[in-house]
Write a protein that binds this ligand. Sequence first.
Ligand SMILES: [Zn+2]
Length: 269
Amino acid sequence: MTDNRHIPQEDLALFAMNALPDGECALIRAHLADCPACRAELAQLHGDLALVAMSVEPTAVPQGARQRFLNRIASAANPASAPPTSTVIPIAAPRRIALWIPWAAVAAMILICAGLQWRVVSLSRELQLQSDQIARQTAANTRAHEVLELLTAPSAQRVVLTAPMPPKPWPTARAIYMPSRGALILQAMNLAPLPEGKAYELWVIPASGAPIPAGVFRPDTWGSASLVLPQLPKGVPAKAFGVTVENAAGSQSPTSPIVLSGAAPSSGE
Ligand SMILES: [Zn+2]
């Protein structure tokens, strides 16, 4: 092995699969230590075996690897037809060529099984990730749909919640007045309750002259009251409006301090 003769490919293949006796292995190892060419050949063989193992679909085997594999089997079966480059060197033990094919098949099957197992694990991990993501997305969609349904349902009950004893609310009233027609609507809220026999009275305060009585009203349980189209003279522009507490029948002029008042906008009709 020191005279430029290299290890035949068949021996290297058997060596790669641990199918040689210890003695031959030692010889080959010694040669490999000094021979880059045979080391390269051995690396190529390892590569071929790995390619066969990792090829899950039969068509995926590279043409080169397949041809090399077939050539090797052919040359093992018929040594006379071996390529001229494989100059045979004597290694003591008889070749167990017949063993080589089953060993190769077993080794390839083991590698194929390992490769398949690895792919199955990684694919099922990926599948699990995707189905987790889909489940999360579905839950989010369902929730958004339920929210939308509730917000737009005509039959849904809509309730305003307040404290049972709110701080004393501010009494207010809103008047809508049209002087040309003597038409007026008043809506008041948060009014303080009145003693029996008393009422609130609305006054139209003209630009000049005395306040004109515009009707009496009493608040309901919730402090609300309204006055709709009371009897009023037509064509009296209002400077302001006021509310006083009077006898239930109403007064012709205010007899108590104003409890609510508001100036009319100058642009009023
Ligand atoms: Zn060599």
